[in-house]
Design a binder for this molecule. Structure first.
Ligand SMILES: [Zn+2]
Length: 385
């Protein structure tokens, strides 16, 4: 089973907006009040006291008006944050501010329903909210989060439990080289460009951010500009995620075994320009998508070690050419066998060979890598990641 969040824009009417505002307010009130009270108790007694919403309902009767599960969820979140603080993992939990995005989460106890051809959704304590259901899902809704952004847009996020559905085995394997100019280059010689529109949007973002920094703090214009910048940020995130989702799904559809290099991001981050590009292409997100989708669909992702010199080895004869450590060398001729290499394609081929070597070193025949829908279920466990 896997849990996926599906987020949709909703268009609540005035009455529904009031109801949501109450929920946001009560959740925020309970969260902040109990956090501060628990902190006082902790200071005086040295003990963690789990304050429940019920204990405030007498004194603050408005808490009785809203979905009690929303308050229970706030209690859970608060405890998680508090416990992380106690175990010195994080700082003291942040109080919720009116100025940020607002939200509350409730559970589905069977009352969530779509109606009028999916144009409306009903959730606990609030029925028939206009929704733009741009994509469907096939599973059980576990929880519902209603949110409002600082520019007054409303969203609903449904956490859905879905079954893993392994696809039939594919009969191909692939090696991927993660790059900067091209997001990935594969062992078949195919190059997936880093998306230019992202750079475009990013330049625009930089421009708007500069504008923002020059504006007078607390002014109306600055507030408007802040919202504009936040929207651009979201837009870039969405564009990138869409692209990475499509790309990772395509690779998973086509291949049974996917070999990638373990990321070398740390070493490269020192160069700020490269670092920006790395964040732009979001390698780590792509790798994580490939990894979890592989587990859903019965594919294998294998990571070759960081120190494996995929760019330096000649794929044809194995000669190690240290000159290629220089990132500017895009094409090279092997001094030993004379093969002419495109730097990235050669690297991708080496990554594939290394991955297969790792998967078969226990004696597994390469053909048997295709036999099972999922290698995870075979008795000889390959080094899965
Ligand atoms: Zn060679």
């Amino acid at each position: 089973m896997k849990r996926i969040a599906y987020k949709y824009r909703i268009y609540p009417n005035t009455e529904q907006k009031i109801l949501f505002a109450k929920c946001f307010g009560c959740v925020r009130f309970f969260y902040n009040k109990s956090l501060s009270d628990m902190n006082e108790i902790y200071k005086s007694t040295g003990k963690f006291k789990n304050i429940t919403p019920a204990s405030y309902k007498e004194d603050y009767s408005f808490l009785k008006e809203v979905d009690s599960l929303a308050l229970s969820n706030a209690q859970l979140n608060r405890n998680t944050a508090f416990k992380a603080f106690f175990s010195h993992k994080t700082g003291f939990p942040k109080f919720k501010s009116k100025r940020n995005d607002q939200s509350y989460t409730t559970n589905n106890q069977g009352s969530v329903k779509f109606s009028n051809n999916n144009r409306y959704i009903s959730i606990p304590k609030c029925s028939r909210i206009r929704i733009k259901k741009h994509r469907g899902f096939d599973g059980i809704i576990k929880s519902i989060t209603v949110s409002m952004t600082t520019d007054n847009r409303y969203y609903i996020s449904l956490l859905v439990e879905e079954e893993n559905k392994p696809m039939g085995p594919a009969n191909k394997m692939i090696g991927l080289d993660l790059g900067i100019k091209d997001l990935i280059v594969d062992s078949n010689g195919k190059k997936y460009k880093n998306q230019k529109y992202l750079t475009k949007s990013q330049n625009k973002l930089a421009r708007e951010q500069r504008k923002l920094s020059k504006m007078v703090k607390g002014s109306n214009n600055r507030n408007k500009q802040r919202i504009k910048v936040a929207r651009l940020h979201k837009h870039i995130q969405n564009q990138r995620n869409d692209y990475l989702h499509k790309l990772s799904k395509h690779i998973i559809d086509e291949n049974q075994v996917i070999c990638i290099e373990d990321l070398k991001v740390k070493g490269m981050m020192s160069d700020s320009k490269i670092a920006r590009n790395i964040s732009d292409v979001s390698w780590s997100r792509l790798v994580s998508m490939l990894t979890y989708k592989a587990s859903w669909y019965g594919r294998t992702v294998i990571k070759v070690p960081k120190d494996y010199p995929s760019s330096q080895l000649c794929h044809a004869c194995g000669y190690k050419n240290s000159i290629t450590k220089n990132l500017n060398i895009r094409k090279w001729t092997c001094p030993k066998c004379g093969s002419i290499h495109d730097r990235d394609i050669n690297a991708a081929k080496n990554i594939l060979s290394k991955g297969i070597e790792m998967l078969t070193k226990d004696g597994t025949h390469p053909d048997s890598l295709f036999m099972l829908g999922s290698l995870e279920s075979s008795s000889k466990k390959p080094p899965l990641l």
